[in-house]
Write a protein that binds this ligand. Structure first.
Ligand SMILES: Cc1ncc(COP(=O)(O)O)c(C=O)c1O
Length: 380
C-alpha cells in the first residue's frame, strides 16, 4: 500500500542535499570545534559558515545568530533569558494560541511571580491588536507571539504588532518556527528583537535551532558552561546538526518561492476536494490565500471523533495530525481550538493536514478516497 505523509508541520524529512552536506561531519570531521588544531579550526569555520547562511536567509548579521537545540530552547531562552536580565519588569504579553514552548515557559514564570496577559484571538485566530495596545504598560518586559500558528495556520499581522511594540518601546519575540521557509522574513525590514526558528521544520536535522538576538540586546544564558556561542550557550556544539541547519536554511531561502507556489497549488486543490467530499466539515483558521500558512489545512468535522479519524487514516497509510502532534494522545480540544471558539459539536474532531515539498498533486484523488473510506468506516 502506498503511504502518504501529510504531517510536514510536525516535522520534515531531511533533504538529501542537506544529508550530503552533513555526511563528512558524521563520518570523519569529528574534531571538537573548540580545540586548537587544524581540523578542529576547520570545524569551527564550518559552524561560522552555517551561522552566516542562517544570517543571510534572515537578512541578519552572523553575530545576531545563536545556535540552540531547537525551537523550544530558543523560545525558553528569549523569554527567560530576557526576564532574568531585566528583573524589574515583571509582566509579559502573549496570545491564547501559542505553542506549548511559549505557554509552558510563561506558566513557569507565573510561578515565579510574573503576570502574563493572554491576548484573545478572533474566530480566525488573529490577535486583537487593540487589546495588545492597551495591555502594554511600563512594567511590560516583552511581547511573545507566534508568527504562523502550528495548528490552524493563521499568520499574524506581525508588522502591526511590531509597530505597537515599538511605540511602547517594548521588546518583541517572534516564534517563527512554522513561518520560516514559507514567508519572506527580512529582519532589516521586519522590526523584531528576538526570533526563533527550528531546523527540522525546513528539511534540516532535528535537535538544532536558532535564536536571533537583535544587536545590542542581552540575554542571561540558560546553559552555563564553556565559551561556545560567544559565551552565551555552553556545551560542545552539535556540529553536524549546525552545519545541516545552515545548509537547510540556505536551500530554504533559495527555493522559498518555488516551494510556496507548490504548497499553494496543493492547498487549493486539496481544500476544494475536501469540501466536495464532505458536507459536515469546516476549515479552522483564516481562509486559503488570506493570512494562512500555505502548507496548512485544519478541519473540524461534526460527526466523527478526531482520534478515530486519525487512527483509521493511519491504518489506511495516510499520516496526518490529530489537531496538533503534541496533543496526539488527547481527545480534549486543544487550547487553540477553544480560543477560536469552534462550535462545540465540531470540537471533538479536528485534524491537521500539512503539505511539504515531496507531496504530489496527482496523489490527491487517492488520498481523498482514503479519507472517505476512513470516515465511512467510523460512521457505519
Ligand atoms: C510554532 C512552534 N514553535 C515551537 C516549536 C518547538 O520547536 P522544536 O520542536 O524545535 O523544539 C514548534 C514545533 O512543533 C512549533 O511548531
Amino acid at each position: 500500500m502506498k503511504e502518504f505523509y501529510l504531517d510536514y508541520a510536525a516535522t520534515t524529512p531531511l533533504d538529501n542535499r542537506v544529508l550530503d552536506f552533513m555526511k563528512p561531519f558524521l563520518e570523519h570531521k569529528f574534531e571538537n570545534p573548540s580545540s586548537m588544531h587544524s581540523h578542529a579550526i576547520e570545524n569551527k569555520k564550518a559552524i561560522n559558515q552555517a551561522r552566516k547562511k542562517v544570517a543571510d536567509a534572515l537578512n541578519a548579521s552572523p553575530d545576531e545568530i545563536f545556535f540552540t537545540s531547537g525551537g523550544t530552547e530558543s523560545t525558553n531562552w528569549a523569554i527567560k533569558g530576557y526576564a532574568f536580565k531585566n528583573p524589574d519588569k515583571r509582566e509579559i504579553i502573549t496570545s491564547k494560541i501559542e505553542h506549548k514552548a511559549t505557554l509552558n515557559t510563561l506558566h513557569f514564570l507565573e510561578t515565579q511571580g510574573y503576570k502574563v496577559t493572554y491576548l484573545d484571538v478572533d474566530a480566525y485566530g488573529l490577535i486583537d491588536l487593540k487589546q495588545l495596545d492597551q495591555a502594554i504598560n511600563e512594567n511590560t518586559l516583552m511581547v511573545s507571539i507566534i508568527y504562523s500558528n502550528n495548528e490552524i495556520g493563521t499568520i499574524q499581522d506581525v508588522r502591526s504588532i511590531s509597530k505597537i511594540c515599538r511605540r511602547h518601546q517594548t521588546k518583541l519575540h517572534l516564534d517563527a518556527v512554522q513561518a520560516f521557509a514559507q514567508l519572506d522574513i527580512d529582519l532589516q525590514d521586519l522590526d523584531v528583537d528576538f526570533l526563533t526558528i527550528s531546523s527540522h521544520k525546513f528539511y534540516g536535522p532535528k535537535g538544532v535551532g536558532v535564536l536571533y538576538v537583535k544587536k545590542g540586546l542581552e540575554l542571561e544564558p540558560l546553559i552555563h558552561g564553556g565559551s561556545q556561542e560567544s559565551k552565551q550557550r555552553g556545551g560542545t556544539e552539535n556540529l553536524y546538526g549546525v552545519v545541516g541547519m545552515g545548509e537547510a536554511a540556505r536551500i530554504a531561502r533559495l527555493e522559498l518561492e518555488k516551494n510556496r507556489n507548490h504548497y499553494q497549488m496543493l492547498q487549493i486543490d486539496f481544500h476544494q476536494k475536501m469540501m466536495n467530499a464532505f458536507d459536515d466539515i469546516k476549515l479552522n483558521g483564516t481562509p486559503c490565500g488570506s493570512n494562512r500558512s500555505y502548507n496548512n489545512l485544519s478541519y473540524a468535522f461534526k460527526h466523527v471523533l478526531g482520534h478515530e479519524f486519525h487512527f483509521q487514516l493511519n491504518k489506511l497509510g495516510v499520516f496526518i495530525s490529530n489537531g496538533s502532534a503534541c496533543n496526539a494522545q488527547s481527545i480534549e480540544p486543544t487550547h487553540v481550538i477553544k480560543a477560536i471558539n469552534v462550535e462545540k459539536e465540531y470540537q471533538p474532531c479536528v485534524i491537521r493536514i500539512s503539505f511539504g515539498k515531496y507531496c504530489k498533486l496527482e496523489d490527491h484523488d487517492e488520498i481523498i478516497k482514503r479519507f472517505k473510506q476512513a470516515y465511512d468506516e467510523i460512521r457505519n
